[in-house]
Write a protein that binds this ligand. Structure first.
Ligand code: SF4
Length: 180
């Protein structure tokens, strides 16, 4: 029987590479918890894409039952934004995986060449120790563009920035600088 992996899913596009590399060996379920995505419409667009992808793959999709989107809860916590962002998502994932008897937890954040792999793994390893559950430490980046393009071709929603309002501002600034 395949071992069970709870894959924290940051968006459908990033998860495609992880799914491709894990699916033959493991039984995957998705876990949606991304509370600092800005704004609410963007949050819904990404979540709808993940729901559609889970249906397409016929995998279970879990999400935090008590969570209500409220961006104001996160907007002042910006000094070490990515560290905090990885921490809050990975801790929930590790705790949920343990509580629901998964063998491993993992994250689609490890697919993206734009994320900080070493920091993600360091934070995840800490929660693996805290919750006594293994973190499936992988690097899915080689499949990122292929996975992303395969979903884009099927009409999945394609986001233009990482997720939080700071990453949106960075993206807008870059666009402004390159058009000047
Ligand atoms: S840039 Fe991305 S990883 Fe960093 S805090 Fe914002 S959403 Fe999270």
């Amino acid at each position: 029987m395949k071992k069970k992996v709870l894959l924290h899913i940051c968006c459908a596009l990033c998860s495609a590479a992880a799914v491709k590399m894990l699916r033959d060996e493991y039984a995957i379920s998705f876990y949606w918890y991304n509370p600092n995505i800005y704004d609410e419409q963007e949050y819904r667009n990404r979540k709808n894409a993940v729901t559609k992808y889970a249906e397409e793959l016929n995998v279970l999709l879990y999400e935090e039952k008590d969570f209500l989107y409220n961006y104001n809860n996160w907007k002042n916590k910006s000094s070490e934004k990515c560290n905090l962002c990885y921490t809050l998502r990975l801790e929930k994932t590790a705790a949920f995986a343990k509580q629901n008897k998964f063998d491993f937890f993992c994250t689609s954040l490890l697919s993206s060449p734009y994320q900080k792999q070493d920091l993600i793994k360091q934070i995840a390893d800490n929660f693996a120790d805290k919750y006594v559950i293994e973190f499936l430490s992988s690097d899915f980046r080689t499949g990122f563009y292929e996975g992303k393009n395969s979903l884009r071709q099927k009409g999945y929603y394609v986001q233009k920035y990482c997720g939080c309002n700071k990453s949106l501002n960075e993206r807008l600034k870059l666009k402004e600088d390159t058009t000047q």
